[in-house]
Structures are given as structure tokens and as C-alpha cells.
Design a protein around this ligand. Structure first.
Ligand SMILES: Cc1cc2nc3c(=O)[nH]c(=O)nc-3n(C[C@H](O)[C@H](O)[C@H](O)COP(=O)(O)O)c2cc1C
Length: 304
């Protein structure tokens, strides 16, 4: 018997595959669709206190080996987001990871208090926002001190396990990862989109995205995602890691587990292989377990 079931922070998941933040909308029907296809954990779009319209389109463009997006964190606000989670959890046992987004520790803490009375199972902090109080606008996730401050403050009020989602666009990624773990994060999620980058329409003579630049995701970022997970483990991170960035096939997912992840996010691949991608990758992982005569996901974790 081959077994995809895995334990994450004391919660049983039917599969190690995770829907990452923001790749689909925040509706009950999207959660139902991907959980029906075998996602083991659903992450919401990052929710802010008030609704946000996001950027003007085009907000997404396909580039070689991936995708650029500048959604601008459009979302209906935390209260509507929590309602959708409640509707979903009434009909499904698949756990939900609530992603929140703010510009400082106070904002994150205020949102974390709302999460306490929600039906979410985990709270994920999207730390990729530029630090508004920094004169160069470096992301919150670039500063060990800021990351530690946000996590300690959220942990002091939140009853849910807290997952820190890190940005790859920093100079000392593993130091930030260690700071997040030391500050009490229960797990880490890596990586958010890379860049940003731009694409240019040469006929129109202008950038393809209305906002000019956008975050890069998809297969072209996989080698970097694998390295950052691997280096985090080498640097001494022992808490669980949700690894993501370009995972599109069972082989990619196995690579991410071998690099040191406990769970594997499948984001941009939903655009390439449809929502059925979760079922397909689950089957591909099972075939790998069969071929190698392994039994559990834990048999392939951190193998390198
Ligand atoms: C259209 C789109 C929207 C995204 N929105 C969010 C978001 O709201 N919050 C967040 O933390 N990450 C967001 N991400 C980043 C993904 O969650 C993920 O970290 C990244 O895309 C890498 O994984 P992938 O290559 O499998 O897509 C978004 C990515 C895409 C493509």
C-alpha cells in the first residue's frame, strides 16, 4: 500500500500538495474544485483588512518558462474571505490556510485577531510587501528584524499555527528564514514570486503589463526554489517547510520533497494542466513510490 497521507503541524492531510496563495480566486467554488481534485491544503488569496481593487489589466502574461503577474493583491477584504472559508469548511474536511497581508506588525496583528474566530486551520503571513517605513521600499521579508517583530506580535495574539511566507528577492534568504523560525513561526512557506520582471510588446512598443513589471512564477523559477529550500535545511531550519515555485509534475514534487520540503505548492501549473493537476501529480507521486518500492511521503523527504 502506497500512502500520500501526511501530517502537517498535527493536522492530517490527504496529500502533500497545496494550493498556494492567490493562484485562484477566493471563492468557495474554487476551493471545492481543487480539493475535489486532491489538493491536501487550500491557501486563500492574501487578504487585507479592506477590499482592494488591484492593478488595471493586463495583470498576467505568459513568458518563456513561466508567467509574470501584477495582480496588485486584489481581494474582497478579510471579512468576505472568512465567509468563503466558513462555507467551504461546512462541506469539506480539507484544511484551509488563511493568507493575510499588511504593511507592518500592527496591521498583521489586527488581521491575525480576526483569524482566531474563523474556520481556518493555519494562518500564513505574506511578508513580501515593500516596507512602507523604509526609504527604499525593501520588502518586509528582507529584514530579519522586521520579520521577527511581525511574527512575535502575531504569535502573541493568534491561536492558529503561523506560517511565514518568504520572498526570494532578498540578499540573505537563509538568515531571514532562521530569524522567522527563532521568532516562533510554526512553519515556513517558500518561495513567493521572483523578480519582478518585465515583458515588452515590440509592435505596440510598450510593456505588456499595465503595471510594467510583475512577479515571475512557473517552471523557470523551480531551480531557485529548490535551492532555497535545500539551503534553509542546511542552515538548520527544522520546522516544516511548504516548498513551491514551478512545481508542475510528480517529478518536480518529488524533487521539492527531496530538497527538504514537507508539503509542495502547485500554483502556476494550474494554468498549464488545469485544476486536475492535483490529481495528476498525486498519481505521478504514487507511481514514483511504486517504482522505488517506497511506502510513504516521509520515505522521500530530505533525501539529499
Ligand atoms: C496570479 C498569482 C497571484 C498570486 N497571489 C499571491 C498572493 O495573493 N499571496 C501570496 O503570498 N502569493 C501569491 N502568489 C505567489 C504564489 O502563491 C507562489 O508563491 C508563486 O507563484 C510560486 O509558485 P508557482 O510557481 O507554483 O506558481 C501569486 C502567484 C500568482 C501566479
Amino acid at each position: 500500500m502506497k500512502e500520500l497521507r501526511t501530517d502537517f503541524l498535527g493536522v492530517k492531510l490527504s496529500s502533500p500538495l497545496v494550493l498556494p496563495a492567490g493562484v485562484l480566486d477566493i471563492s468557495f467554488s474554487s476551493y471545492k474544485l481543487v480539493s475535489g481534485y486532491g489538493a491536501g491544503l487550500i491557501t486563500t488569496k492574501s487578504l487585507t483588512k479592506e477590499a482592494r481593487k488591484g492593478h488595471e489589466g493586463p495583470v498576467v502574461t505568459e513568458v518563456e518558462g513561466g508567467m509574470l503577474n501584477c495582480m496588485g493583491l486584489c481581494n474582497p477584504g478579510i471579512f468576505e474571505g472568512l465567509e468563503e472559508i466558513k462555507r467551504f469548511r461546512e462541506i469539506s474536511n480539507v484544511p484551509v490556510n488563511l493568507s493575510i497581508f499588511a504593511t507592518d506588525a500592527e496591521g498583521f496583528t489586527e488581521l491575525a485577531k480576526e483569524a482566531n474566530s474563523s474556520k481556518a486551520d493555519f494562518l500564513e503571513l505574506n511578508l513580501s510587501c515593500p516596507n512602507v517605513s523604509d526609504e527604499f521600499g525593501v520588502p518586509l521579508a528582507a529584514s530579519e528584524k522586521t520579520v521577527a517583530e511581525i511574527i512575535s506580535s502575531v504569535k502573541s495574539v493568534c491561536r492558529l499555527p503561523v506560517i511565514a511566507k518568504l520572498s526570494p528577492n532578498v540578499t540573505s534568504f537563509t538568515r531571514v528564514a532562521l530569524a522567522a523560525a527563532d521568532a516562533g513561526a510554526d512553519a515556513l512557506c517558500m518561495i513567493n514570486t521572483l523578480g519582478p520582471g518585465i515583458d515588452i510588446d515590440i509592435e505596440a512598443g510598450r510593456p505588456v503589463l499595465f503595471n510594467v513589471s510583475g512577479g515571475l512564477s512557473g517552471p523557470c523559477i523551480k531551480p531557485i526554489a529548490l535551492r532555497l529550500v535545500y539551503e534553509s535545511r542546511k542552515a538548520g531550519i527544522t520546522i516544516p517547510i511548504i516548498g513551491m515555485g514551478g512545481i508542475t509534475s510528480g517529478e518536480d514534487a518529488v524533487q521539492m520533497l527531496m530538497a527538504g520540503a514537507d508539503l509542495v505548492g502547485v500554483g502556476t501549473a494550474v494554468y498549464y494542466r488545469g485544476p486536475e493537476v492535483f490529481e495528476k501529480i498525486n498519481d505521478e507521486i504514487l507511481s514514483f513510490l511504486e517504482r522505488k518500492d517506497y511506502h510513504f511521503i516521509s520515505d522521500i523527504k530530505r533525501i539529499i
